[in-house]
Design a protein around this ligand. Structure first.
Ligand SMILES: Cc1cc2nc3c(=O)[nH]c(=O)nc-3n(C[C@H](O)[C@H](O)[C@H](O)COP(=O)(O)OP(=O)(O)OC[C@H]3O[C@@H](n4cnc5c(N)ncnc54)[C@H](O)[C@@H]3O)c2cc1C
Length: 222
């Protein structure tokens, strides 16, 4: 089974550990009647679909997933808004001062006059010139960071000159229900394209691991 998906030049999502299966969900629900399934049956699949459809969410809290994720900070800010059901630990630039990496898009989307839409699919006409401005800005920021460190400024202060496009890495553990909620919101076309791509990676990694629960939850969270 694939455990890591690279998101172009924007980072990656790696599934480190999976606790539980569709059977875990079923048995969490069946304990209400002091019952247990030993092998997954069609009846169990029906129960999972019923639970998801009627928002009986707690059985989906039991399976847990642990990921290592690398993404630009501006995407992380949106990602970390999803709080309930997640635990996270992140690289700290108070303690590390290795060379920062920054996300450099090759194509810049045009602004959409409909504010809520964020961007159009069209690439702006002056793409090359904008790319050049962007790269120069990144180089200047990275140069400033190096200069501050060379002058013996503490990394915890020097980091303030680094841009939002800088990558960060974190370990995240969450319940199946929490990931379904996140993906429901972030696979939506109203979400920014870059976060949609990370949500898609989570979706692609969890679909084969939870073949009944995941589609049922995604339908309920659509
Ligand atoms: C397309 C899009 C655009 C967005 N735009 C903005 C924006 O412009 N500005 C901005 O600040 N945020 C924005 N957000 C973030 C959004 O407001 C949520 O913070 C984010 O989607 C996480 O939602 P969540 O329900 O998964 O939150 P979680 O914190 O994971 O909460 C999960 C659920 O727990 C319950 N819950 C959590 N906390 C409370 C509470 N205090 N009281 C009662 N119930 C609670 C709610 O049912 C909640 O849905 C945007 C999100 C999306 C998807």
């Amino acid at each position: 089974m694939v455990s890591r998906i690279d998101i172009g030049n924007a980072g990656y999502v790696e599934l480190l550990e999976t606790f539980g299966s569709d059977l875990t969900v079923v048995n969490a629900a069946r304990v209400s009647f002091n019952k247990e399934s030993t092998e997954f049956s069609d009846r169990d699949a029906g129960l999972i679909r019923y639970l998801a459809k009627h928002n009986h969410n707690s059985p989906f809290f039991h399976p847990q997933l642990r990921f290592r994720i690398k993404m630009p900070i501006f995407v992380t800010r949106e990602w970390f808004r999803h709080t309930v059901g997640f635990a996270r630990n992140e690289v700290s630039r108070r303690y590390v001062d290795f060379k920062p990496e920054v996300w450099i898009p090759t194509e810049f989307r045009e602004r959409d006059p409909n504010l809520k839409q964020g961007s159009k699919n069209e690439i702006i006409a002056q793409n090359e010139a904008i790319h050049e401005i962007y790269v120069k800005t990144m180089q200047a920021a990275l140069y400033s960071y190096d200069s501050l460190l060379e002058a013996n400024v503490a990394p915890e202060m020097a980091r303030a000159v680094l841009p939002q496009s800088m990558y960060t890495e974190f370990i995240e553990t969450g319940s199946l229900a929490a990931y379904a909620r996140l993906c429901g919101l972030r696979l939506d076309p109203h979400a920014q394209k870059e976060i949609q791509e990370f949500a898609q990676a989570i979706h692609d990694l969890l679909s084969p691991a939870f073949p009944v629960s995941w589609p049922a939850l995604m339908q309920a969270n659509a």
